[in-house]
Design a protein around this ligand. Structure first.
Ligand SMILES: C[S@@+](CC[C@H](N)C(=O)[O-])C[C@H]1O[C@@H](n2cnc3c(N)ncnc32)[C@H](O)[C@@H]1O
Length: 427
């Protein structure tokens, strides 16, 4: 059956943005196909109950199909929806959420207005004399000149590094280049992740300093381990400071190489505003912000409540959060270095509101049990992974009234989406 061409009709879209097409009883996942379309599809792989295919000839095109403006979108595996009109992308993402959150209401997705060059962080692998993104499911590098979702200045820096770094002796030691851009301050950090700290990057550093006054931090990070984790533990400062500053909603924050920061500045501000609204915060409330990163939600909320405690597992982020509180003159916040998936009972005791914003794996059963046992009255849960959010809500729904899921388009053109939901303890 492989290589056979079948006339298929696309009936739905998968979580990862592929068309789900049918040819009789056969289900075929087809990259780039849109619901309602008909196409002759070439089968490229077969599984027991379904196949994978590629469009050989489009017969009936969707009215929502647009010409993709990125030449590498489907190679690099970043923007799976670039061939689809933006408003229809939002519908597809919402439909996927409605399917995931069975039994819950789902609101329309809050759109992103600045959809080009929105990402403030990029990490680019370097190998085989190339710099670019990994081709989907492979270690091949797909080079690019102008990534339409990465920060514009990151594109320019990567372009220059391709010219001045590739082919030099240092190249074989560099594994990744990481660029962070504070959209509110225009400050830029460039980090070279290397197999050794004993490499000479002085020419490259001099070039970057001279050409880009907005670069205020250049770091060499050592990672000599063969794992999927990009950053290692040791760092050498090559230029400037070991952090950049950014500003959101009038709050100035310090951000180190290892600290998490939301990638889309516009949606971050919209999301935090909504966190505040749904938390129904008042001036006497005490808040626990679990998975707090550099304290961005904590500091945002600390202006409206009595006290905030943030908990975070990355030391650099906790240090940033503490500095950020001092820098902004917020005296009612504290930050703790701890694992939020473990015993949080002592922090939960006197809290009126708990904010949860975990990584993709969601929160632990132990934390859910503690939230329930400690009778926490209000919870706001922010999540970048609908599957684990659904799993966790199912474990809490017996004890909590759960609001509609509110999605935010934090990652336009990709299949990813951020969600927010509020929970109120049942009486
Ligand atoms: C999605 S980010 C959210 C950060 C912050 N709320 C924000 O809006 O920028 C998740 C954070 O959880 C941290 N983290 C991951 N596992 C953790 C754990 N077990 N305990 C505490 N923090 C954790 C990560 O380092 C990261 O800073």
């Amino acid at each position: 059956m492989k290589n056979q061409i079948l006339r298929c009709k696309c009936v739905d879209m998968s979580v990862d943005g592929q068309g789900i097409a049918r040819a009789g009883d056969l289900v075929v996942f087809v990259k780039g196909m849109i619901t309602g379309e008909e196409a002759d599809v070439k089968i490229i792989a077969e599984k027991k109950n379904y196949s994978f295919g590629i469009i050989d000839k489009l017969i009936v095109s969707s009215p929502y199909r647009v010409v993709s403006d990125c030449p590498i979108a489907y190679k690099c595996g970043g923007c799976d929806l670039r061939h689809i009109d933006y408003s229809y992308q939002l519908k597809i993402k919402k439909d996927v959420l409605v399917n995931t959150f069975k039994g819950y209401a789902v609101k329309d997705i809050v759109p992103c207005e600045e959809r080009f060059y929105y990402r403030n962080k990029v990490q680019i692998p370097v190998r085989d004399h190339k710099m670019g993104f990994y081709r989907r499911f492979s270690n091949d590098i797909v080079e690019f000149d102008d990534c339409l979702i990465e920060s514009d200045i990151a594109n320019q820096i990567i372009s220059d590094l391709k010219k001045i770094m590739i082919g030099k002796p240092c190249e074989k030691m560099i594994r990744h280049v990481l660029v962070k851009h504070g959209k509110g301050t225009n400050e830029v950090m460039v980090a070279f992740i290397s197999k050794s700290l004993n490499i000479d990057l002085s020419d490259i550093v001099a070039y970057l300093k001279e050409k880009y006054p907005s670069i205020v931090s250049i770091i060499l990070n050592l990672n000599d381990k063969e794992t999927n984790v990009i950053l290692g533990n040791e760092e050498k400062l090559l230029y400037g400071r070991d952090h950049i500053f950014d500003i959101y909603d009038g709050i100035r924050v310090k951000l180190s190489l290892k600290s998490f920061y939301q990638v889309n500045h516009e949606i971050m501000e919209k999301l935090y505003k909504r966190v505040k609204e749904v938390s129904e915060i008042s001036e006497n409330d005490k808040i626990l912000d679990l998975y707090c990163g550099i304290g961005t939600i904590s500091l945002y909320l600390s202006r409206y409540c009595k006290q905030v405690t943030g908990v975070e597992i990355v030391k650099e982020a906790v240090d940033n959060a503490k500095d950020n509180a001092v820098m902004n003159g917020f005296t009612n916040s504290e930050f703790i270095l701890a694992d939020a998936s473990k015993d949080m009972d002592e922090y939960l005791d006197d809290k009126d509101i708990v904010i949860l914003d975990p990584p993709r794996k969601g929160i632990s059963k132990q934390l859910i049990d503690s939230l329930i046992a400690k009778n926490v009255k209000r919870i706001v849960y922010v999540s970048c992974n609908p599957a684990t959010l659904y799993r966790d809500l199912e474990l809490m729904k017996k004890h909590y009234e759960i609001s509609a899921i509110e999605p935010f388009d934090m990652f336009p053109y990709t299949v990813h989406v951020e969600s927010l939901v509020s929970l109120k303890r049942k009486v």
